[in-house]
Design a protein around this ligand. Structure first.
Ligand code: ATP
Ligand code: MG
Length: 364
């Protein structure tokens, strides 16, 4: 995160704020870890962290699978806890429990030309990869607008995400600039980091892309994705991890054939083997065809992965069968998230000249 302070620090916290999250379309995988969650765990101590479960957005492609969406919300929290997110420090919450997000989505939809939303390359890729054809719901493109509200409701300075989310973040930044220009009189020439200083209600948040912005799936082709059957999950057993790593496709025939060190297997070597000298050695022998078989490299990758995942498996075990504990974490988190999102909504309504009355959202 580049900005040292957050002009809109949450009540009770002087730390700069971040917001990010996941769609409950399955369980979390290694792509989530390297692309976003690892960064979140690091930022917990220095930032006020908000993590959203975008469950309404899961309905865009799974409207007939609402029980799965519910289950995945709970499993993702289990994955968060396994990976080291601390619910006492960070706020984990449900999108559907934050009414301000839905209200902001409606208003922000007015700030974006329809064609601009449809031009978003991430939406186009998703339509293609998920085989949605012409039959996607009206809510599908609307989710891109909704995501601007998910983020801006929390006025964060940054959003730790994988590379595929950068176009969405750009849309969010456009909404924030437009809002601040139209309703807060901020000069369009203003630098992004100075919008709040110049009277803007909404900061222009930055995408914070991790070291590995796009981890390829075990198919060796597409982004590792929970919807594409090419993922190694955080909750996979050691045996499953080995099996999946063995199946990574490289197309190489023999250990003496010079190998391509930019292939999918070597993306895993770079991302998950910590010993840099060993990585360099593997790369040079593989590239030279120095009798280093794919099978051997795969064994080393699987061993590194299991070393990373073992403590996560242990932590996950502690929450097995404890859905009540997880639901309580979500309730407390959603309450905290509402406190902040309501503050943003009141500010936005005031700036947009909407007649409005003070209100609170409280669970009983
Ligand atoms: P879906 O297929 O349903 O879109 P997904 O696997 O892409 O699921 P999301 O919930 O859309 O997961 O993404 C959550 C976060 O994880 C985002 O910040 C996204 O950029 C990041 N992420 C997901 N997959 C990867 C990956 N393979 N590499 C790096 N980051 C990733
Ligand atoms: Mg995705």
């Amino acid at each position: 995160m580049t900005s040292p302070t957050n002009a809109h620090a949450a009540k009770g916290s002087s730390k700069p704020r971040i917001l990010t999250g996941d769609t409950p379309t399955g369980m979390l995988h290694l792509g989530h870890w390297v692309g976003s969650v690892k960064r979140r765990v690091q930022l917990q101590s220095t930032h006020d962290c908000y993590f959203i479960l975008a469950n309404m957005h899961a309905f865009t492609t799974r409207v007939e699978k609402s029980t799965d969406i519910r289950r995945d919300c709970i499993e993702i929290v289990r994955d968060y806890l396994a990976m080291g997110i601390d619910p006492e420090v960070s706020t984990i919450f449900l999108q559907s429990e934050i009414p301000a997000i839905a209200e902001l989505t409606f208003l922000f939809a007015m700030l974006l030309p329809f064609n601009r939303v449809m031009r978003n390359p991430t939406l186009k890729t998703e339509i293609e990869l998920k085989g949605l054809g012409e039959n996607y719901s009206f809510g599908f493109p609307l989710y891109a607008v909704g995501q601007t509200a998910d983020i801006l409701a929390f006025r964060p300075v940054g959003v730790p995400v994988g590379e595929d989310q950068v176009p969405h973040l750009e849309l969010t930044r456009e909404v924030a600039r437009r809002f601040d220009q139209i309703f807060c009189g901020v000069d369009p020439q203003t630098e992004d980091d100075d919008y709040v200083k110049h009277g803007g209600a909404l900061p222009i948040p930055r995408a914070d892309v991790g070291k590995v912005g796009r981890l390829v799936g075990t198919d060796g082709k597409n982004k590792m994705s929970k919807s594409l059957n090419n993922a190694i999950f955080i909750s996979d057993s050691p045996k499953d991890v080995e099996k999946k790593v063995k199946a990574i496709f490289t197309g190489r025939q023999s250990p003496t054939e010079p190998g391509d060190v930019t292939n999918a297997l070597f993306q895993y070597v770079e991302a998950f083997i910590d010993d840099e000298a060993r990585v360099a050695e593997l790369k040079s022998r593989y590239a030279a065809g120095d009798n280093l078989g794919d099978g051997h490299v795969k064994l080393e990758v699987a061993a590194s992965l299991n070393k990373l995942l073992d403590p996560m498996r242990e932590r996950r075990k502690a929450y097995e069968g404890k859905d009540d504990v997880i639901l309580d974490i979500l309730k407390k988190g959603s309450q905290r998230a509402n406190d902040l999102a309501e503050e943003t909504l009141a500010l936005v309504k005031e700036k947009a000249n909407l007649i409005t009355y003070p209100r609170v959202v409280r669970y009983v």
